[in-house]
Write a protein that binds this ligand. Sequence first.
Ligand code: AMP
Length: 591
Amino acid sequence: MLFGELAKYYDRLEEVSSRLKMIDILTETFKKAGHEEIGYIIYITQGVLAPPFEGIEFGVADKLVEEAIAIATSYTKDEVEKAYKKSGDLGIVAKDLKASTKLKSLRNSRYTVEEVYNKMIEIARTGGEGSKAHKIKLLADMFANSAPDEVKYLARYPLGELRMGVGDATILEALSLAYTGSRAFKGELERAYNLCSDLSYVGVTLAKEGKEAIIGFKVTLFKPVRPALAERLPTANEILEKMGGRAAVEQKYDGFRLQVHKDGDRIQLYSRRLENTTGMFPDILEAVKREIPAKRIIFEGEAIAYNEVTGELFPFQETIQRKRKHDIEKKAEELPLHLFAFDVMYYEGKDYLNEPYEKRRELLEHVLEKSSTIRPTTRIITSSPKEMEGFFEKSIENGLEGIVAKDLNSRYIAGARKFSWIKMKRSYKGELTDTLDLVVVGYFLGRGSRAEFEFGGLLCATYNDKRDMFETITKLGTGFTEAQMAELKQTLDRIKIKSKPARVDSIITPDFWVTPKYVVVVKADEITKSPTHTCGMEKLPDGTEAGYALRFPRLVGDEAIRKDKSPEDATTTREVIEMFKQQKKVRIDDS
Ligand code: AMP
């Protein structure tokens, strides 16, 4: 497929306002593409070169793309910069300037999709001295040899954002339709994706080897499994009821999640977001080498700083210092980490995901018999709510975050938030003190004292995982520092778009829409019913419609944007409804 043809599909994707139409267009695109090409198209559509764990980044900033546009169109850097200030989108700038350049300009495409992908890989791999100039040259060459409609996406791609708002679930549904003629196979494709975290690999496997290969998909060493997530409930009674009267209850450590893959001497560590973080944790790496007798294994746990002498666990804020990229070795000495392991997915060639929790735990304890830096999480098994409450209180006293209850019979459910794991934190046991992770879908211009920042607040949404849509829950105008406002404005300007993204459901129209990409942490006093927000919107008995909204929302945290969360990791609509119910219950209990 020529890249020009793909760009035409992208133009259509950018224009549509409904998710279903979006899926139709993607399905058509996949049907037209060759088997290998599917892989490239998926990465390009995601705005990446490879899955996060491969660590292949473009290493291209706005300025570099601006320079390449200037060279390819013979406009000056100032002119490019001015056009960028005006439109806020280097894709549009590249297209417009390319269309109006006096240089002999191409009307038709020269590159195939594969060639574009390979050239982008070459740009990403260019490093060392003089690499910036070389990257600019490679990019400028591509711009010069492509038509204006293609250049629009060629300029956006290395910046990591195609601004079409296509998410993983959208791609999975389109793959199912393109290759099986129905949506029904989406679940199987999702399962395969959850096992390897590489959407492109799943697409190519389906295209080349068919449905059977997807049905037989297994975990693979060095392709991280998408992590299982926990639901939440406020009381031990409710947890036990949900789990059939008996459950394992583990301490909940507030550190970072690590997934360990080991094959002989080769060991890799992956973060919750599936990035390869091996280089950041030399002490854990050493411990895996030294303490884990298994030849081939995949297991996971929570890494946390721990004081050997006092037995005290350090809070997340201190542990996170270890995440900084500098002085890794020094920090490893000052603040040694322990890994509290809580699950095992693969052992000596066998996939354990479908084994019950108890069996996986038994294996984990067996593997960790002789280890000290890596140890199993502290836990009890109980059928008594009182005992569970007691274990919870003790955990809190010991500086832990709470507990995670686990269904003794459940398999490991990769990539999903299910009731087979249920967390209980101190904050659930009262009014709404828990925070929400919300997706920014638009922003408002500043008025009054905010006018100088050209930033007045955000329009925020939850993720409805059933509908694969973002539903608004609040406007957010407080809690920002001046620096955060400036940062948000600058960051959001890069992803603003002309009209409402197809996967956003909103009654309110902000001054600017943005592609759902960034997550902010929000605290509020209460969840209320509201006719202006679409989160969980349903018909009320009186025939009117109401969704859920936040009362007195405010931004929390030092960093405006939660960089470790993707929009699909945000608080779901279902969770909001659950929180609303619990909030009501607390009030009834209190009265
Ligand atoms: P939350 O981030 O509040 O949704 O809680 C889930 C997270 O708790 C997981 O992603 C893990 O990183 C962390 N965690 C800490 N201790 C445990 C445990 N014993 N079992 C499972 N997850 C745990």
